[in-house]
Design a protein around this ligand. Structure first.
Ligand code: HSE
Length: 436
C-alpha cells in the first residue's frame, strides 16, 4: 500500500519534534499503522531549518493554504497554534475532506463544537490527543479506556510551565521570572506566556477534559480561571509547614447541582502522589465509579513528548480512514446527539476548604474578631499559625486552614475581615483539595 501523505503546518517546537519522531521511528510506525507515513508537504513562516529536521524530500511553502488545498494530502497536522489562521486552515481542511490532527488546545476549547460538527458533516476525523497534557494519552484513556465508567471527578496538573515554576520556587527558592525565562528557552511556554502563568492554557485543557468526562459541549467561557502569578514564596513555605504543597490544578467534578470546572492554585496534602509531580511533568487523576481513582503521569510539554501524541493520532487516523465513519470514536467521547446540558456551576457555588493568610495588629481581641466573622458564617477553622513578628510591636502574619465552605460564604467572610481596622491589606486565600 502506498504511504499516506501528510501535510505539516508549523515547524516550531512541536512541528520539529513531529518530523524527528516520524523519521526516526518510521519503520516501527509503519508496522503499527499498516502503511508508511510521509510528510509530503510542510508550511511555516520560516522553512530554513526543514533540512536540519530531515525534511529533504518534503515540498515546502510559506503559506499553509498551499498545503491544505493540495489534492495529494490526506491528513493535515496543524501545529501553528492560536485560533485565527489555525481555525481557518482547519475548517478549510475539513471542508476539503481531509482529516486533521492538532495539538491546539485553544482552538479546540474555543471552537471545538463548531469544528467537530463540521468534521462529522464531512465524514472526517479531528484528533487532538496532543492538546492536553503533552505526551500523556489522557484523551484516549478517558474517551476509550474508561468508557464503562460514570466519571465522578478529575484533577490534573496540566500546565508544564506553571508546574516547573512552582517546583523551582519550592525546591530552589528561585524567583518566578527567572524560572519562566528558562521555561521559554526550553520550549515549554506558550507563545504568550501569560497563557501559562494566568491559567488560560490549563483552562483550555480542562475544558476539553471536562467535556469528554461528562459528555457536555465545550464551554471555555464557563471555566473558572486563576493562575499562579500571585503565589508567593511565603505561601509556598507556609503550605509546607502545614503539610501541603501548592499545585496549579484543573478540577472537573460532577455534583448534584451541576459541574465544577475550575483551574486555580491549590494546596494538596504532601502525602498525595500529585504533590510529588514536579518540573514540567503533568499528571491527571480520574475517578470513575467502576475503576476507582486512576493516575496518568508524564511529560506535559516539550518537542518529542508532544510529538509522541501527535504521531499516535496520525497512526489512529490512518487506521480509521477506511472504517465506517459511524463507527468511529466520537470526538467528545459521547455520541454528538447525546451530549448533556448539565450546567457548569459558578465559582461562588463551589465548596472547598481554604488556606488564608492575613497580616494583623498584634493586640488582644484581633484573633477573636476574625474567628467570630468566620464562625458567624459557619466556617470552621482546622488549623492556625501565628507567626512571631521579627520586631517588637510589628504586625503579625496569621495563617489558617478552614474546613470546606461554599465559596460565596468565604467571600463574604474575607470582605468582613478585610474591613477590620486591625487587618492590614488584603487577605490571601488559596483553595485546598484533599484529592481523597
Ligand atoms: N505551554 C504548555 C505547558 C505547553 O507548559 O504545559 C503544552 O501544552
Amino acid at each position: 500500500m502506498k504511504p499516506v501523505k501528510v501535510g505539516l503546518l508549523g515547524l516550531g517546537t512541536v512541528g520539529g519534534g513531529t518530523a524527528t519522531v516520524l523519521s526516526r521511528n518510521a519503520e516501527e510506525i509503519a508496522r503499527r499503522a499498516g502503511r508508511g507515513i510521509v510528510i509530503d508537504y510542510a508550511a511555516a513562516l520560516d522553512t530554513s531549518h526543514a533540512t536540519r529536521l530531515g525534511l529533504t524530500r518534503t515540498r515546502l511553502s510559506n503559506n499553509a493554504l498551499d498545503v491544505v488545498e493540495d489534492p495529494e494530502i490526506e491528513i493535515i497536522v496543524e501545529l501553528i497554534g492560536g485560533y485565527t489562521i489555525a481555525r481557518d486552515v482547519v475548517m478549510k481542511a475539513i471542508q476539503s475532506g481531509k482529516h486533521v490532527v492538532t495539538a491546539n488546545k485553544a482552538l479546540i476549547a474555543l471552537h471545538g463544537n463548531e469544528i467537530f460538527a463540521a468534521a462529522q458533516a464531512n465524514n472526517v476525523i479531528v484528533a487532538f490527543e496532543a492538546a492536553v497534557a503533552g505526551g500523556i494519552p489522557i484523551i484516549k484513556s478517558l474517551r476509550e479506556g474508561l468508557a464503562a465508567n460514570h466519571i465522578e471527578w478529575l484533577a490534573g496538573i496540566i500546565n508544564g510551565t506553571g508546574n516547573f515554576i512552582l517546583s523551582e520556587m519550592r525546591e530552589k527558592n528561585r524567583a518566578f521570572d527567572d524560572v519562566l525565562a528558562e521555561a521559554q528557552t526550553l520550549g515549554y511556554a506558550e507563545a504568550d506566556p501569560t497563557f501559562d502563568v494566568e491559567g488560560i492554557d490549563a483552562a483550555h485543557k480542562l475544558t476539553i477534559l471536562s467535556s469528554i468526562a461528562f459528555g457536555i459541549p465545550l464551554q471555555f467561557e464557563h471555566t473558572y480561571v486563576e493562575g499562579i502569578s500571585r503565589v508567593t514564596r511565603e505561601d509556598v513555605a507556609n503550605a509546607a509547614e502545614l503539610g501541603y504543597r501548592i499545585k496549579h490544578l484543573g478540577i472537573a467534578r460532577r455534583t448534584g447541582h451541576g459541574i465544577e470546572q475550575r483551574v486555580h492554585p491549590t494546596l494538596v496534602p504532601s502525602q498525595r502522589l500529585m504533590a510529588h509531580v514536579n518540573g514540567v511533568m503533568n499528571a491527571v487523576v480520574v475517578k470513575g465509579d467502576a475503576v476507582g481513582p486512576t493516575l496518568y503521569y508524564g511529560a506535559g510539554a516539550g518537542a518529542e513528548p508532544t510529538a509522541s501524541a501527535v504521531v499516535a493520532d496520525i497512526v489512529d487516523v490512518v487506521r480509521a480512514m477506511t472504517a465506517d465513519p459511524n463507527n468511529r470514536v466520537p470526538h467528545l467521547a459521547f455520541q454528538p446527539s447525546r451530549l448533556a446540558d448539565t450546567p457548569i456551576l459558578p465559582i461562588d457555588a463551589v465548596e472547598t476548604a481554604f488556606y488564608l493568610r492575613m497580616r494583623a495588629n498584634d493586640r488582644p481581641g484581633v484573633l477573636a474578631d476574625i474567628t467570630r466573622i468566620l464562625g458567624d458564617r459557619g466556617i470552621s477553622i482546622e488549623s492556625l499559625i501565628q507567626k512571631d513578628p521579627e520586631l517588637v510591636d510589628q504586625d503579625v502574619d496569621i495563617i489558617m486552614l478552614t474546613q470546606r465552605v461554599r465559596e460565596g460564604n468565604m467571600n463574604e467572610a474575607v470582605r468582613a475581615i478585610e474591613a477590620l481596622d486591625s487587618i492590614c491589606g488584603r487577605v490571601t486565600r488559596i483553595r485546598v483539595e484533599s484529592l481523597g
